[in-house]
Design a protein around this ligand. Structure first.
Ligand SMILES: *[C@@H]1O[C@H](CO)[C@@H](O)[C@H](O)[C@H]1NC(C)=O
Ligand SMILES: *[C@@H]1O[C@H](CO)[C@@H](O)[C@H](O)[C@H]1NC(C)=O
Ligand SMILES: *[C@@H]1O[C@H](CO)[C@@H](O)[C@H](O)[C@H]1NC(C)=O
Ligand SMILES: *[C@@H]1O[C@H](CO)[C@@H](O)[C@H](O)[C@H]1NC(C)=O
Length: 328
């Protein structure tokens, strides 16, 4: 059965004026997934072909108005526990209310449990999971995040259970899990309920942050536990499909809207960077802090008028060959 998420898929195509810039946050204070380096390498490798500039950090001090305003989107990957303090959570809330986009993968739902704005971004908090084992995920909506996914998608994964129903946060469910396709060999940590069919991945067109303007869209998938998954082309296309859908809500500067995002038009030496429309024609040199690691194919060009502050955001985030994260 397909749910009618069609309206989302058929929304007018947005044309980015420049590549959206996304900050990937992988800080953990609880469980740390050993697939995080693989996730970073995969995002780094696939960013250019998807016209997304990733920067990577585990430094909560980057959650300030000034730093976040440079980004069109935030991508939380396998974060755990209270990875931001109250001041940083306030900056995150202002960012989301300003049109900033949220995307979360796997245990991104297992952090910031006391942050009601974060709940509305992620959709639901993780409760527990049965042991890692093959399970069958069902494609229940037409959406950029599910276009690459088979109708029945079976692989070894943790099936997440929830403390809330994401539909109560406005989510349209994209993937569910077939109950009975795995063994539920664990139990809830509390008296939580959510509705069937069991949500696995979803998107939120208009998250409720109490904002005055238009908030950024959000996308969340609970898949992504293992290294193998993070190197699977179907999963990678699923994550990029969801992230790009959220960015294409066009609430940020990369799309000529909103209060946050990448407003720097990158001079392209190759048309392969694929910036659509006329917006990229300005020929303005890219301005970037040399201290900030980028995954764009466009070579960072030092500019005397660089407006990018000299930040500690994921310097040398990806050692090109090893894909290892360096936090300074
Ligand atoms: C996953 O990959 C990382 C290196 O990126 C490695 O350290 C880790 O052992 C791998 N995990 C498994 C279960 O193979
Ligand atoms: C979150 O709230 C609960 C309930 O008020 C409290 O017990 C817990 O200590 C809080 N956690 C953090 C990290 O603030
Ligand atoms: C769980 O919550 C439901 C609904 O509030 C309630 O009816 C039920 O008694 C609760 N069960 C336990 C074990 O607390
Ligand atoms: C981008 O936005 C910042 C902050 O509003 C501003 O200072 C800067 O001049 C803008 N740069 C361009 C190229 O528009």
């Amino acid at each position: 059965m397909r749910l009618p998420v069609l309206a989302l898929a058929l929304a007018p195509l947005s044309v980015a004026l420049t590549n959206p810039r996304v900050l990937v946050y992988t800080r953990t204070l609880g469980y740390r997934h050993d697939s995080i380096p693989t996730a970073i390498e995969t995002l780094h490798t696939h960013g250019p072909a998807n016209n997304i500039e990733f920067e990577f950090t585990e430094d909560p001090m980057q959650f300030t108005d000034g730093t976040l305003s440079r980004f069109d989107g935030l991508l939380f990957v396998s974060t755990s526990e209270e990875v931001l303090d109250g001041t940083q959570q306030d900056a995150l809330a202002r960012y989301l209310r300003s049109g900033g986009v949220y995307a979360g993968v796997h245990s991104a739902s297992a952090c910031l449990y006391n942050d009601s704005v974060y709940l509305h971004a992620v959709g639901a908090y993780f409760d527990y999971h049965p042991s890692l084992q093959p399970a069958t995920f069902l494609r229940v909506a037409t959406h950029p995040a599910t276009d690459p996914v088979p109708d029945r998608w079976r692989f070894a994964e943790e099936v997440y259970y929830w403390r809330q129903d994401p539909r109560d946060q406005g989510a349209a469910v994209l993937l569910t899990v077939e109950e009975g396709s795995y063994v539920n060999d664990a139990g809830s940590s509390g008296n939580y309920t959510f509705r069937a069919p069991h949500p696995i991945a979803w998107c939120i067109e208009n998250p409720t942050y109490g904002q005055e303007g238009r908030a950024g869209r959000s996308f969340y998938t609970s898949l992504g536990h293992t290294n193998e998954t993070w190197t699977d082309e179907t999963f990678i296309a699923h994550v990029f499909g969801g992230l790009k859908w959220a960015l294409d809500g066009a609430t940020t500067r990369a799309y000529g809207a909103g209060l946050v995002g990448n407003n720097v038009t990158v001079a392209t030496s190759s048309s392969a960077s694929g910036m659509g429309g006329t917006g990229g024609a300005g020929g303005t040199a890219a301005t970037t802090s040399e201290s900030v690691a980028r995954s764009s194919s466009a070579a960072p060009v030092a500019s005397p008028s660089s407006s990018a502050p000299s930040l500690g955001v994921a310097r040398a985030a990806v050692a090109a060959a090893a894909g290892l994260l360096t936090i300074l």
